[in-house]
Design a protein around this ligand. Sequence first.
Ligand SMILES: Cc1ncc(COP(=O)(O)O)c(C=O)c1O
Length: 457
Amino acid sequence: MTNQINNPQTRQWQEMSQRHHLAPFSDYKQLHEKGPRIITKAKGVHLWDSEGNKILDGMAGLWCIAVGYGREELVEAASRQMRELPFYNTFFQTAHPPVLELAKTIAEITPPGLNHVFFTGSGSEGNDTMLRLVRHYWACKGQPEKKVVIARVNGYHGSTVAGASLGGMKYMHEQGDLPIPGIVHIPQPYWFGEGGDMSPEEFGIWAADQLEKKILEVGEDKVAAFIAEPIQGAGGVIIPPDSYWPRIREILAKYDILFVADEVICGFGRTGEWFGSDYYGNRPDLMTIAKGLTSGYVPMGGLVVSDKVFEVINEGGDFNHGFTYSGHPVAAAVALENIRILREEKIVERVRTETAPYLQARLRELTDHPLVGEVRGVGMLGAIELVKDKATRKRYPEELAVGMICRGHCFDNGLVMRAVGDTMIIAPPLVITREEIDELVTKARLCLDLTLREIQG
Ligand SMILES: Cc1ncc(COP(=O)(O)O)c(C=O)c1O
């Protein structure tokens, strides 16, 4: 929180935080010393904190808000559904209209062949479901030894035991003996950070070839699936070199393993296509979804399953898995309304043809800044690499935490931009306008200037 606190309620809320709230991904001591920034309301692409500061939300909540904050239609959809049927489960051969209509609607917008949806409460639960379902699939096919899932270092697939194991975040694995058995990782296609002297194209091929190497090492007869985000989000908006996905597709075509796209961030228009898999021309067998599905207004996730997988599990007896809130009617009603807005207002098309090209062009203007080693992005996703030496891509010492310095200046100057190490990332609401993009880029440049000034002392 800013040092200056004028609203006495802010202090009260911070005290409640200190006494009672265990926040996700937080150093509690540090958080309690500083006190959290209290966000009290939002409209469009802007947030307000308890001190009355207006902040442009360059991270769409947490990659969630597609249609913008304050959409009355979503509020109406939720309250209508709460009056009609606030909850009923979908276990034991029951269903309700919103969950069925939502499953049908998702099948309409996902890539061809992905026509069946298992609903969850979050992206992590979607990936837990995936792990259990792909193992069930191979068992149904008489190959129960095909259990291993190949994932990637620095991928993010959630924070449940399965999600964190599938993810390749070392700092998460270190707490709690993860990954669980049967999950292995290959290097990520992060050219800027790890490409060394290779060209991006060479590095993309090298990184993709690691998949084949791992399949051969584990044994094709033991590998159930490969999971990847089309673009790694939480890892730092890592956009693979152009050579990466075509080479991965070649490898996947050679081996009998399932391909899972984690579309939790890329799904529902973030790349300017409905799904990241559409953007890259990938054909996954399963897709994890969440976030943009409901624009984050209510929690919901899911696993979209292809006809090929469905036909096998359809003959496989009980799938012994489910959540109380699988297909929650209020969440389903909100998701339906959210997708209706995305479709009727042609928001995905507008991102592709208008606002994303503008955002990407304006962001790239920051390349001339002395702190900036690279600006990259696709659709409504962007990353700014902070470096000491532009030519060699050399970073500032880790202890300096340049990314966190920059993030602090952003917050203090009315912009949410997240830091992943020294990579600044953005993912604004899909409805952001040109004027708001101008505001974002102007504030980002100011904060880069302030960061440089601070580290130069
Ligand atoms: C790609 C990806 N998968 C899964 C998850 C986990 O989703 P949740 O936090 O809803 O469990 C996230 C969350 O950021 C994500 O980015």
